[in-house]
Design a protein around this ligand. Sequence first.
Ligand code: SF4
Length: 188
Amino acid sequence: MGVRTWIESWPVYRQLTGSDPLGRGAAAKSAVSEHLAPRLGTADRIVKSICPYCAVGCGQNIYVQDERITQIEGDPDSPVSRGRLCPKGAASLQLTTGSAREHRVLYRRPHSTRWERLDLATAMDMIADRVIKSRREGWQWEAEGSRTRRTLGIASLGGATLDNEENYLIKKLFTALGAVQVENQARI
Ligand code: SF4
Protein backbone atom coordinates (compact mmCIF):
# COMPACT_ATOMS: atom_id res chain seq x y z
CA MET A 1 0.00 0.00 0.00
CA GLY A 2 1.50 3.35 -1.04
CA VAL A 3 1.77 6.26 1.37
CA ARG A 4 -0.99 8.17 -0.37
CA THR A 5 -3.35 5.18 -0.35
CA TRP A 6 -2.51 4.55 3.29
CA ILE A 7 -3.30 8.14 4.27
CA GLU A 8 -6.56 8.03 2.32
CA SER A 9 -7.59 4.91 4.19
CA TRP A 10 -6.97 6.63 7.55
CA PRO A 11 -10.37 7.37 9.21
CA VAL A 12 -9.35 10.86 10.38
CA TYR A 13 -8.29 11.80 6.85
CA ARG A 14 -11.56 10.53 5.46
CA GLN A 15 -13.47 12.38 8.15
CA LEU A 16 -11.73 15.67 7.39
CA THR A 17 -11.91 15.40 3.62
CA GLY A 18 -15.00 13.34 2.89
CA SER A 19 -18.74 13.70 3.24
CA ASP A 20 -18.85 12.47 6.85
CA PRO A 21 -17.40 15.33 8.97
CA LEU A 22 -18.79 13.90 12.23
CA GLY A 23 -17.13 10.53 11.64
CA ARG A 24 -20.26 8.55 12.39
CA GLY A 25 -20.73 6.81 9.06
CA ALA A 26 -18.57 6.13 6.04
CA ALA A 27 -15.46 7.76 7.54
CA ALA A 28 -15.49 5.44 10.54
CA LYS A 29 -15.83 2.24 8.56
CA SER A 30 -12.97 -0.19 8.15
CA ALA A 31 -12.62 -3.27 5.99
CA VAL A 32 -13.78 -5.31 8.99
CA SER A 33 -16.67 -3.12 10.11
CA GLU A 34 -17.87 -2.87 6.51
CA HIS A 35 -19.09 -6.46 6.79
CA LEU A 36 -20.40 -6.41 10.34
CA ALA A 37 -24.11 -6.87 10.92
CA PRO A 38 -26.04 -6.32 14.15
CA ARG A 39 -26.50 -9.64 15.95
CA LEU A 40 -30.09 -8.63 16.62
CA GLY A 41 -30.71 -8.64 12.88
CA THR A 42 -30.95 -12.44 12.85
CA ALA A 43 -33.75 -12.57 15.44
CA ASP A 44 -36.90 -14.36 14.27
CA ARG A 45 -39.10 -12.02 16.26
CA ILE A 46 -39.08 -9.32 18.92
CA VAL A 47 -41.37 -9.68 21.92
CA LYS A 48 -42.38 -6.62 23.95
CA SER A 49 -42.07 -7.04 27.70
CA ILE A 50 -41.42 -5.25 30.99
CA CYS A 51 -38.30 -5.52 33.12
CA PRO A 52 -39.16 -7.69 36.13
CA TYR A 53 -36.60 -6.27 38.54
CA CYS A 54 -38.27 -3.23 40.04
CA ALA A 55 -41.41 -1.16 40.17
CA VAL A 56 -40.25 1.34 37.53
CA GLY A 57 -41.34 -1.16 34.88
CA CYS A 58 -38.99 -0.21 32.05
CA GLY A 59 -39.99 -1.49 28.62
CA GLN A 60 -37.91 -4.25 27.05
CA ASN A 61 -37.53 -5.69 23.58
CA ILE A 62 -36.80 -9.41 23.78
CA TYR A 63 -35.06 -10.89 20.74
CA VAL A 64 -35.91 -14.50 19.99
CA GLN A 65 -34.14 -16.81 17.58
CA ASP A 66 -34.93 -20.52 17.19
CA GLU A 67 -37.28 -20.15 20.19
CA ARG A 68 -34.40 -19.04 22.42
CA ILE A 69 -33.87 -15.57 23.85
CA THR A 70 -30.72 -14.12 22.33
CA GLN A 71 -30.79 -10.58 23.71
CA ILE A 72 -32.87 -8.17 25.81
CA GLU A 73 -32.66 -4.44 25.19
CA GLY A 74 -34.53 -1.28 26.17
CA ASP A 75 -37.72 -0.57 24.26
CA PRO A 76 -37.63 2.89 22.62
CA ASP A 77 -41.45 2.81 22.40
CA SER A 78 -41.85 2.69 26.20
CA PRO A 79 -43.13 6.01 27.60
CA VAL A 80 -41.62 5.01 30.97
CA SER A 81 -38.02 4.37 29.99
CA ARG A 82 -37.77 5.46 26.32
CA GLY A 83 -35.28 2.76 25.39
CA ARG A 84 -33.16 2.90 28.52
CA LEU A 85 -32.40 0.16 31.04
CA CYS A 86 -30.36 0.41 34.23
CA PRO A 87 -27.49 -2.11 34.67
CA LYS A 88 -29.82 -4.60 36.34
CA GLY A 89 -32.36 -4.46 33.55
CA ALA A 90 -29.65 -4.51 30.90
CA ALA A 91 -28.33 -7.76 32.38
CA SER A 92 -31.72 -9.46 32.54
CA LEU A 93 -30.76 -11.84 29.71
CA GLN A 94 -28.93 -13.74 32.45
CA LEU A 95 -32.21 -14.15 34.28
CA THR A 96 -33.45 -16.32 31.44
CA THR A 97 -30.30 -18.02 30.16
CA GLY A 98 -27.67 -17.65 32.92
CA SER A 99 -25.92 -20.81 34.10
CA ALA A 100 -26.59 -19.81 37.73
CA ARG A 101 -30.33 -19.96 37.22
CA GLU A 102 -31.83 -22.73 39.35
CA HIS A 103 -34.36 -24.94 37.60
CA ARG A 104 -34.88 -27.49 40.38
CA VAL A 105 -36.84 -27.33 43.61
CA LEU A 106 -34.49 -27.13 46.58
CA TYR A 107 -35.58 -27.54 50.18
CA ARG A 108 -33.72 -27.01 53.43
CA ARG A 109 -35.37 -28.68 56.36
CA PRO A 110 -35.61 -26.85 59.70
CA HIS A 111 -32.20 -26.78 61.41
CA SER A 112 -30.53 -28.48 58.44
CA THR A 113 -27.42 -27.02 56.85
CA ARG A 114 -27.87 -28.55 53.43
CA TRP A 115 -30.30 -28.26 50.55
CA GLU A 116 -32.05 -31.30 49.18
CA ARG A 117 -33.81 -31.73 45.87
CA LEU A 118 -37.55 -32.29 45.77
CA ASP A 119 -39.81 -33.03 42.86
CA LEU A 120 -42.28 -30.26 42.14
CA ALA A 121 -45.39 -32.28 43.08
CA THR A 122 -43.96 -33.07 46.52
CA ALA A 123 -43.03 -29.42 47.11
CA MET A 124 -46.48 -28.23 46.05
CA ASP A 125 -48.13 -30.73 48.41
CA MET A 126 -45.93 -29.53 51.27
CA ILE A 127 -46.86 -25.91 50.61
CA ALA A 128 -50.56 -26.74 50.37
CA ASP A 129 -50.44 -28.67 53.67
CA ARG A 130 -48.77 -25.75 55.42
CA VAL A 131 -51.22 -23.20 54.01
CA ILE A 132 -54.24 -25.25 55.11
CA LYS A 133 -52.80 -25.86 58.58
CA SER A 134 -51.78 -22.23 59.16
CA ARG A 135 -55.07 -20.92 57.81
CA ARG A 136 -57.01 -23.18 60.14
CA GLU A 137 -54.91 -22.40 63.20
CA GLY A 138 -55.12 -18.65 62.57
CA TRP A 139 -58.81 -18.56 61.75
CA GLN A 140 -60.87 -15.87 63.47
CA TRP A 141 -64.67 -15.86 63.31
CA GLU A 142 -65.03 -12.73 65.39
CA ALA A 143 -62.87 -10.03 66.89
CA GLU A 144 -63.88 -7.33 69.38
CA GLY A 145 -67.53 -8.22 68.97
CA SER A 146 -67.57 -8.00 65.18
CA ARG A 147 -67.83 -10.78 62.64
CA THR A 148 -64.47 -11.07 60.84
CA ARG A 149 -64.30 -14.53 59.22
CA ARG A 150 -60.64 -14.15 58.43
CA THR A 151 -57.32 -15.81 59.08
CA LEU A 152 -54.30 -14.14 60.56
CA GLY A 153 -52.31 -17.33 60.07
CA ILE A 154 -51.12 -16.59 56.54
CA ALA A 155 -50.06 -13.48 54.69
CA SER A 156 -48.64 -12.60 51.29
CA LEU A 157 -45.72 -10.27 50.64
CA GLY A 158 -45.04 -9.98 46.92
CA GLY A 159 -41.83 -8.82 45.31
CA ALA A 160 -41.01 -6.47 42.48
CA THR A 161 -40.62 -9.31 40.02
CA LEU A 162 -44.32 -10.08 40.10
CA ASP A 163 -46.24 -8.65 37.18
CA ASN A 164 -49.78 -7.26 37.18
CA GLU A 165 -51.38 -10.54 36.24
CA GLU A 166 -49.56 -12.50 38.94
CA ASN A 167 -50.45 -9.89 41.57
CA TYR A 168 -54.09 -10.05 40.47
CA LEU A 169 -54.17 -13.82 40.93
CA ILE A 170 -52.33 -13.68 44.26
CA LYS A 171 -54.82 -11.14 45.61
CA LYS A 172 -57.77 -13.26 44.47
CA LEU A 173 -56.32 -16.44 45.97
CA PHE A 174 -55.37 -14.97 49.33
CA THR A 175 -58.61 -13.06 49.72
CA ALA A 176 -60.54 -16.25 48.95
CA LEU A 177 -58.52 -18.01 51.66
CA GLY A 178 -59.55 -15.33 54.15
CA ALA A 179 -56.15 -13.64 54.42
CA VAL A 180 -56.23 -9.92 55.06
CA GLN A 181 -52.50 -9.26 55.02
CA VAL A 182 -51.76 -9.01 51.30
CA GLU A 183 -48.99 -6.59 50.39
CA ASN A 184 -46.44 -5.95 47.68
CA GLN A 185 -42.99 -4.44 47.92
CA ALA A 186 -43.43 -2.71 44.58
CA ARG A 187 -46.58 -0.78 45.53
CA ILE A 188 -45.88 2.75 44.37
S1 SF4 B 1 -34.32 -1.50 34.06
FE1 SF4 B 1 -33.71 -0.99 36.14
S2 SF4 B 1 -35.00 0.79 36.70
FE2 SF4 B 1 -35.94 -0.21 34.91
S3 SF4 B 1 -37.46 -1.65 35.77
FE3 SF4 B 1 -35.55 -2.78 35.43
S4 SF4 B 1 -34.49 -2.67 37.41
FE4 SF4 B 1 -36.04 -1.07 37.42
